[in-house]
Design a protein around this ligand. Sequence first.
Ligand SMILES: Nc1ncnc2c1ncn2[C@@H]1O[C@H](COP(=O)(O)OP(=O)(O)OP(=O)(O)O)[C@@H](O)[C@H]1O
Length: 348
Amino acid sequence: MMDRQQVLDVLQTVQDPFLHKNLAETKALKQLSADGERVALEVALSKQDKVKQMQIQVEISSKLKEKGAKAVSVQFTVLRNEEIRQLGGFPVKLPTLLSPGVKTQFISVASGKGGVGKSTVSVNLALGMARQGKKVGLLDADIYGFSVPDMMGIEKRPAIKDERIIPVERFGIKVISMGFFVENNSPVIWRGPMLGKMLNNFFNDVYWGDLDYLLLDLPPGTGDVAMDIHFKLPHSKEIIVTTPHPTAAFVAARAGAMATHTKHEILGVIENMAYYKSKKTGEIEYVFGKGGGDKLSDLLKTDLLGRIPLTQPEPKPGILAPGVYFEGDPIAPVYDDIARKVINKTTK
Ligand SMILES: Nc1ncnc2c1ncn2[C@@H]1O[C@H](COP(=O)(O)OP(=O)(O)OP(=O)(O)O)[C@@H](O)[C@H]1O
């Protein structure tokens, strides 16, 4: 039976192809199990490179077999940034969402004023798109009024791995919120440059991985943060949320005007709290007025993507996520329909 020392002796003769040190020196052996003549090991290299991994796998495997092993399995992992630095190497910076060649599409969800349901729409649109098979991230950039963690019932906080922030995953959506970085729900009073820095961090220091879409829940109105995002993300597309009152549409039009100014394509308008349908009689009441969505989409020369009625989400037993319309909720198909439209409009 192979022992650890025999394996280390072999690793001493195999080089990490990037650090030019042998795998015993780099402390590459992360796991080892030997069962009779079968050996399974996990080896950490300084970079992930499929071709080099295959070469090393063949090298280790044949050398261990020369020493008597019958079957060898080699799994690969990557050394921690700290380990790489200690060994004199330079850790590879993983790509960010702003790196060249990254295909993620940005969609900002904006509104003219607060309280129209922009966060509710962002969360449920993200879920709707995920139900259509898309890989979706959600950035709660509503720096003063973050509400996504509460709406989705997120209690976990992001982990830090290799100096990158790992988003919290909830219902298949990768989420980052300003709320994760604020103690005891205290109000955020940062301004100007601090805020810009925070947003940069959200793009550069968060490891979002491979995403089809990143939805951005913007702060209401046309303030600093909204402006900043508009300029920072030249390719972002926009969805504008309004309530059905015609005057609300005028207010929302300002957010639309800013998108036009920064040459962001407006994908469409969503009218939230459009009507109330009585569960008992089926009668429809236009509690907050009528026509705002149509008016705004005409004004912005775009489509009305959908009308969402006034309804509280149906709670799902055992899951606390008060802002989520889960599959099976009568409102979920409305979001699915909007999600499909958004995907069609952004798929060439
Ligand atoms: N269609 C709806 N039916 C019933 N309640 C809704 C609907 N949409 C949103 N709400 C409720 O309205 C309130 C405001 O919604 P939300 O926080 O999504 O708005 P917002 O525009 O993001 O607000 P802010 O910009 O102030 O953060 C929340 O309590 C939310 O649960």
